[in-house]
Design a protein around this ligand. Structure first.
Ligand SMILES: [Fe+2]
Length: 156
């Protein structure tokens, strides 16, 4: 069922659709991973890491909404269901149970790195078909790279 008419050609829409849907599942999962670690971190740096993780959650949640609504605006139905996220996310398995602060920070460095790599690919693939979506991916990448820097500095 198509309700919203897309301004893009079918070929371009397919490329942009995959990029937006991929970004959506990565960002939903990033928010979940950051919350999981936010709740489970222990150790001398608990307070700073615990608070820093919620900044990632805020970024990931905000941009998941931006990406999903960009998809809808192009006539693409966004799929943020748990099963879809579990299958499609680019983030590896998060450690179970309590995590010491150094491992917690390392987990975020890896998770952010994985999402950033995929987000940079989306910047490349959407430039021609839809620079408006590309602009969103550029903004997301900049913010994720800022978080990535800060977590790397935490374990520096
Ligand atoms: Fe909290």
């Amino acid at each position: 069922m198509y309700v919203v008419k897309s301004p893009l050609t079918d070929a371009n829409l397919k490329t942009v659709s995959e990029a937006l849907q991929g970004a959506l599942v990565d960002l939903v999962d990033l928010a979940l991973v950051a919350k999981q670690i936010h709740w489970n971190v222990v150790g001398p740096r608990f307070r700073s890491v615990h608070l820093q993780l919620d900044e990632v959650v805020d970024t990931a949640r905000r941009y998941s909404d931006t990406v999903a609504e960009r998809a809808a605006a192009l006539g693409i139905s966004p799929d943020g269901r748990a099963a879809t996220v579990a299958v499609g996310s680019g983030i590896g398995v998060t450690p179970e149970g309590w995590v010491d602060d150094t491992t917690a920070v390392g987990t975020l460095v890896e998770a952010l790195g994985a999402v950033i790599t995929r987000m940079r690919e989306r910047v490349e693939t959407t430039g021609e078909p839809d620079p408006v979506s590309q602009d969103i991916f550029i903004g997301i990448t900049a913010d994720l790279e800022k978080h990535h820097w800060m977590f790397q500095a935490e374990n520096g």
